[in-house]
Design a protein around this ligand. Structure first.
Ligand code: SF4
Length: 690
């Protein structure tokens, strides 16, 4: 009897590449191909459950249009090139620019190891301080706002301990669609009796699960929360012991929030929410034994994003809801590794471990470990500033950009201006897995590997560092991003500083310069399937929640930082009477590069739409499904109207995944002055029949 050779099936444990939940999944591999995804029952975050995106995360990997060879643009057309040819051109061009003339964009989709190398490449090889990534566009205000109040810009608690909350306040987050495996914990908590309050201008799937929905106007977060704090103080429900022993500047907070401006009557007018509902929410939060606050980009993407974040911190400190299970400020990070990219220094103002770029001791340490002098002592340009400089809105001489895994041609505000700016570059290198809208503009395109084709780590939204494992080889001549960076560095004379054998070698170097990761290594991460930072020593078990005893500020106290309500930079007026807010859909992800190439996800939602309230639609004579023109002062797009009661009258909503109806053609490139995050969440708009 002949024996048949049956190829073995491998189950490779790894982490989902989409949202910041960081769910564990198995990639099912046969004949060097990924067949599908299997749930990982024992994974501590998702316990065997996945959402639709995680379940279909493999579908884009084998797409025909994956980049497989380096491409060089000549006379406006791309031609295929050899790797050595492309690397040589890049190295020569990069050497020709002064540090101020070049910038680097790293990527929240890539691993910690790759982000670490990208910022090292910028600072140690190009000697430029200009390195940033898309956290600037989603949670830069979290990093700044929480650093000023608590001393560190990260989610304070863990995903599983949401189940220990008695009251959950979600503001500016459609958790049920965007962080479904966090939403699961919310539902488990509700099943145990917790009350759920959701503040959102839209009646989202998250709001539909709420015991109390506060449908406030976009951009009135501070007014709403200051009013809640006034209620708490008037009723004497503040946690006096916590305030006395753990915080400072309570008097300043009290002075601000007790102003008449934040009375229930006034704030009801500002926010459009009934006064009794604001009062009820405040009392529920203050009377619960453990209240957690979850927020996302609805809070951060405003000109007052940093102050919004600080106000969430004020609210939780006022009621003593920090430093215990089921409490805290939980900033839900959007992308799979936006937390890690920040941790390892892919930010204009901080080195690995959030050391300020002006910190002399940190510079000395990096120069020792890296064995070279570095761009030092100067805060670099943020993404938004790089674009402003290219668009001529800011003085400077940026001439070249090296972009890894980012697509500013869809993700940045006011896209016409972005395109104009990128076209002015003398030299643009884009390293990605598909020909994105940004790659189309590049001089050199380098084919990279996706998450299933490389080893490394991602850090989820709750500071949990987890192993990502290579399951298959990249297609064609595509290479792992970290290897590409090392090759360019080598061609520029820094081979010694970039001589790594594996992703694990890079991780070991990260732990030397990132104190929060100091006690981690791959062996430990694999043994317990992830460790939450801070984990400073080899015997430290990691940290489930921060600030049990003291905050990370210099004096160990939580700092109240009162903020006043200020309207969005562009308020509705007679010409543009509606407020446009933007966001994501359940089935898609960011610029759609991956999800729109997934057969299943694409078949669920193929096109953009604009959500408009039934009353507004009736006044404008617009019917459900009709084509309409949505305009702002920056542009106009044609899109299908979705008439729905699920959005507040006066507001409209558009997803930003669709290049053919790119919402960011309309958004306002006006920045939070501290965090430099754009105001994606509110601008004045109008709609007319198409
Ligand atoms: Fe992936 Fe997020 Fe879905 Fe988990 S919840 S499977 S991490 S997209």
């Amino acid at each position: 009897m002949s024996t048949k050779h049956i190829p073995a099936i491998k189950y490779v444990p790894t982490i989902c590449p989409y949202c910041g939940c960081g769910c564990g999944i198995y990639l099912v591999v046969k004949d060097a191909k990924i067949l599908g995804i299997e749930p990982w029952e024992a994974h501590p975050i998702n316990e065997g459950k996945v959402c639709i995106k995680g379940n279909r995360a493999h579908e884009f990997i084998d797409k025909e249009d994956r980049l497989k060879k380096p491409l060089l643009k000549e006379r406006g057309e791309f031609r295929e090139a050899r790797w050595d040819e492309a690397i040589k051109i890049i190295a020569e061009k990069f050497k020709s620019y002064s540090p101020d003339e070049i910038g680097v964009l790293s990527s929240a989709k890539c691993t910690n190891e790759e982000n670490y190398l990208m910022q090292k490449f910028a600072r140690a090889v190009l000697k430029t301080p200009n390195v940033d990534h898309c956290a600037r566009l989603c949670h830069a205000s979290t990093v700044v706002g929480l650093s000023q109040t608590f001393g560190a810009g990260a989610m304070t608690n863990s995903i599983p301990d949401i189940e220990d909350s008695e009251c959950i306040f979600i503001i500016g987050s459609n958790t049920f669609e965007q962080h479904p495996l966090i939403a699961r914990r919310v539902m488990l908590s509700k099943a145990k009796g917790a009350k759920l309050i959701v503040a959102d201008p839209r009646y989202t799937p998250t709001a539909k699960q709420a015991d109390l929905h506060l449908p406030f106007y976009s951009g009135t977060d501070i007014a709403l929360m200051n009013s809640m704090m006034q209620v708490i103080l008037k009723k004497g429900l503040e946690n006096k012991e916590f305030i006395e022993s753990r915080t400072k500047d309570f008097d300043k907070l009290k002075q601000e929030v007790m102003k008449e401006e934040y009375s229930l009557v006034n704030v009801s007018r500002i926010t459009g929410v009934a006064g009794e509902d604001i009062e009820k929410a405040a009392v529920w939060m203050a009377e619960s034994k453990a209240t957690t606050l979850l927020y996302s980009m609805g809070i951060t993407q405003h000109t007052v994003g940093t102050e919004n974040v600080m106000t969430t911190a004020n609210l939780q400190m006022l009621t003593g809801n920090v430093g215990r299970a089921g409490t805290g400020i939980n900033a839900l990070r959007g992308q799979n590794n936006v937390q890690g990219a920040c941790d390892v220094g892919a930010l204009a103002a901080t080195y690995p471990g959030y050391k300020r770029v002006t910190d002399k001791a940190a510079i000395k340490k990096l120069e020792e470990v890296w064995g070279t002098d570095i761009a030092s002592g100067k805060v670099g340009l943020t993404i938004t500033e790089m674009m402003d400089m290219l668009e001529g809105k800011m003085e400077g001489h940026l001439k070249a950009l090296y972009i890894m895994g980012e697509n500013p041609m869809l993700s940045d505000p006011d896209l016409k201006e972005v395109e104009g700016g990128l076209r002015k570059l003398d030299f643009l290198v884009v390293q990605d897995i598909f020909m994105t809208e940004t790659a189309e503009l590049a001089n050199v395109v380098l084919p990279a590997s996706c998450w299933a084709e490389k080893d490394g780590t991602f850090t989820n939204t709750s500071r949990r560092v987890q192993r990502v494992r290579k399951a298959v080889e990249p297609p064609g001549e595509a290479r792992e991003d970290w290897r590409i960076i090392c090759q360019i560095a080598g061609a520029m004379g820094y081979g010694k500083q970039f001589s790594y054998e594996s992703a694990g070698d890079i991780f070991d170097e990260i732990t030397k310069v990132t104190p929060q990761y100091g006690g981690m290594n791959y062996e430990r991460l694999e043994a317990v399937e992830g460790l939450q930072w801070p984990c400073p020593t080899a015997d430290h078990p990691g940290t489930k929640w921060l600030y049990s005893e003291k905050f990370s500020t210099d004096d160990g106290l939580g700092h109240f930082k009162p903020a006043e309500h200020k309207p969005p930079a562009e308020a509705p007026d007679s010409e543009y009477p509606l407020i446009l807010t933007t966001g994501r859909l359940y089935f898609h992800w960011h610029t759609g590069t991956m999800t729109r190439r997934s057969k299943t996800l694409d078949s669920e939602v193929k096109a953009a739409c604009v959500e408009i309230n039934g009353e507004d639609a009736k006044e404008l004579g617009i019917k459900n499904g009709q084509l309409v023109n949505v305009s702002t002062r920056r542009g106009k797009i044609k899109v299908m109207a979705k008439v729905t009661p699920d959005i507040k009258k006066g507001e409209i909503f558009m997803p930003f995944h669709f290049k053919e109806a790119a919402a960011n053609l309309l958004t306002n490139n006006v920045l939070d002055p501290v965090a430099k995050i754009p105001e994606f969440k509110a601008c004045a708009a109008k709609i007319a029949k198409g």
